[in-house]
Write a protein that binds this ligand. Structure first.
Ligand code: GDP
Length: 459
């Protein structure tokens, strides 16, 4: 697919017949490359897409293995269903075969289907960690994609090299490092995401029906025809991809399903993502996946529960919904939830009021002395648990950025702090300083001293 102005993030799809190790490779590639702290408990295993930083290029990695439906024996149907959903959107395909078994007729069939897509393909032989690889190499060439990139997802072999090849390939295709939300910091960027039929278009149209709302072109955003600038209570907002939602009729619902991965691009450009839910449907795994993505991308998040006009006992049903979010799904406790009705136009204005609050939380800074005290207090109350015989140590903490608020911890070993301890730190930080409605980012930097030994003079 050729790149266009509104097509800025490469989608990389892992494709291949069953059992070649697509999911293992997927997991290996995303491991430690994403901010796992923020993943919502219980959803990691069935996620099929992740935000993957390939060098300095942000991409979306898709595991089409998770999309296989139908009988596994029916490779053609399998690959075709993958082709329809995953491959159709991919900018680069990682075609995976089994380097220990050699090629099967299913691989050849898959290859043929992939060739027809005319998409760029990287040919990968997984499980290439066995002794017979010499003979296998020649055999693998026969499928016509040149020499295979040899990896072992399980034994972590060839993964760094694959990442380097990926980066080179994407750069050659012309992909650039992602430019974050438009620069103008007086403007808050907002996007609306959610499953088909939750009422995104209705909600956007209801928002535009608000009397106090002024639609105004904002300098710097005109480049993008699908964005809409608005003013609300003297504050400027840029609604990303909104023109499309306003125009859209029902006919396109099916089409939208297919392009759901593309809608993640709007998330990349935004400050705040509004995830729309249908009160009757509740929250689904798919909603949690997109929320995890929003958090990984370091954005603000608000949950808008639409169709509240269908509630019979309002308080009771709202409480049940909130209880479910909190207890059943272990959902992000810091994301504000509002109940609205696009149909009755209730609570619509609250969306922008809350967006404004989230944006000020995203711009907040905590000074160094204050954070130093915080760090001493929380590590005193709960010392980082030992890893083997070593106890991780945190030396200092500072806020290195805003939008999203980013905190840099200098530690003796950046990798040693346990996931649950990172979560503890985030919870404590939020308890003390708020940051309601926004993700926060933690960077754990290994102290130079520990890495290289003591420097001669300074420190
Ligand atoms: P989208 O696919 O998310 O953009 O959803 P639409 O805006 O097209 O809405 C899907 C369906 O839900 C339509 O039939 C709408 O009339 C209906 N709908 C949207 N908002 C509401 C609401 O607040 N209450 C009720 N009862 N129905 C709604």
């Amino acid at each position: 697919m050729p790149k266009t102005e509104d097509h800025q993030i490469p989608i990389i799809a892992i494709v291949g017949r069953p059992n070649v190790g697509k999911s293992s490779l997927f997991n290996r590639l995303i491991q430690k490359r994403v901010a796992i702290t923020s993943d919502i408990a219980g959803t990691t295993r069935d996620r099929i897409y992740y935000r993957l930083e390939v060098g300095d290029i942000t991409s979306i990695l898709v595991d089409t293995g998770g999309m296989e439906y139908g009988k596994k024996e029916n490779i053609e149907a399998d690959v075709q269903s993958q082709a329809r959903i995953g491959i159709a959107e991919a900018d680069l395909i990682l075609f995976v075969v089994d380097g220990s078994e050699g090629l099967t007729s299913n691989d050849y069939e898959a290859a043929q289907i992939l060739r027809k897509t005319h998409k760029p393909i990287l040919f990968i032989a997984n499980k290439s960690d066995h002794t017979g690889m010499e003979e296998q190499r020649h055999e693998l060439m026969k499928i016509g994609f040149g020499e295979a990139i040899e990896v072992s997802a399980i034994h972590k072999a060839g993964i760094d090299e694959l990442m380097i090849t990926l980066e080179k390939t994407l750069k050659k295709q012309g992909w650039k490092p992602q430019v974050a939300a438009p620069e103008n910091k007086n403007v808050t960027n907002i996007c609306f995401v959610g499953r088909p039929n939750v009422g995104k278009s209705s909600l956007v149209n209801a928002l535009f029906g608000e009397e106090k709302l002024i639609v105004s072109p904002i300098a710097g955003t005109t480049r993008d025809a699908v964005d809409v600038g608005i003013q609300w209570k003297g504050q400027e907002y840029n609604l990303i991809d909104t023109a499309g939602l306003r125009r859209r009729g029902k006919i396109e619902v099916g089409l939208e399903k297919l392009s759901s991965l593309r809608s993640l691009e709007a998330v990349e450009r935004t400050d705040i993502a509004c995830l729309i839910l249908d009160f009757k449907e509740g929250i689904s795994k798919q909603d949690m996946h997109i929320s995890s993505y929003i958090v990984e991308a370091g954005k603000g998040l608000m949950l808008i529960v639409n169709k509240s006009d269908l509630m019979k006992k309002r308080d009771e049903e709202e409480n049940r919904f909130l209880w479910n979010l909190k207890h059943k799904f272990d959902f992000l406790p810091w994301a504000p939830v509002i109940f609205v009705s696009a149909l009755k136009k209730t609570n619509i204005e609250k969306i922008l009021d809350i967006a404004n609050q989230i944006q000020s939380e995203r711009s907040k800074t905590i000074d160094l002395d204050e954070l130093d005290g915080f760090m001493r207090e929380v590590t005193y109350r709960h010392i980082p648990p030992k890893v083997g015989i070593n106890r991780p140590k945190i030396y200092s903490l500072e806020q290195s950025k805003v939008n999203p608020p980013t905190f840099t911890f200098v530690v003796n070993d950046g990798k040693s702090l346990h996931f649950s301890y990172r979560r503890y730190l985030e919870n404590e930080l939020r308890k003390k300083y708020g940051f309601t409605g926004t993700s926060v980012k933690f960077i754990f930097k290994t102290k130079e001293y520990e890495k290289k030994g003591p420097p001669r003079k300074q420190k």
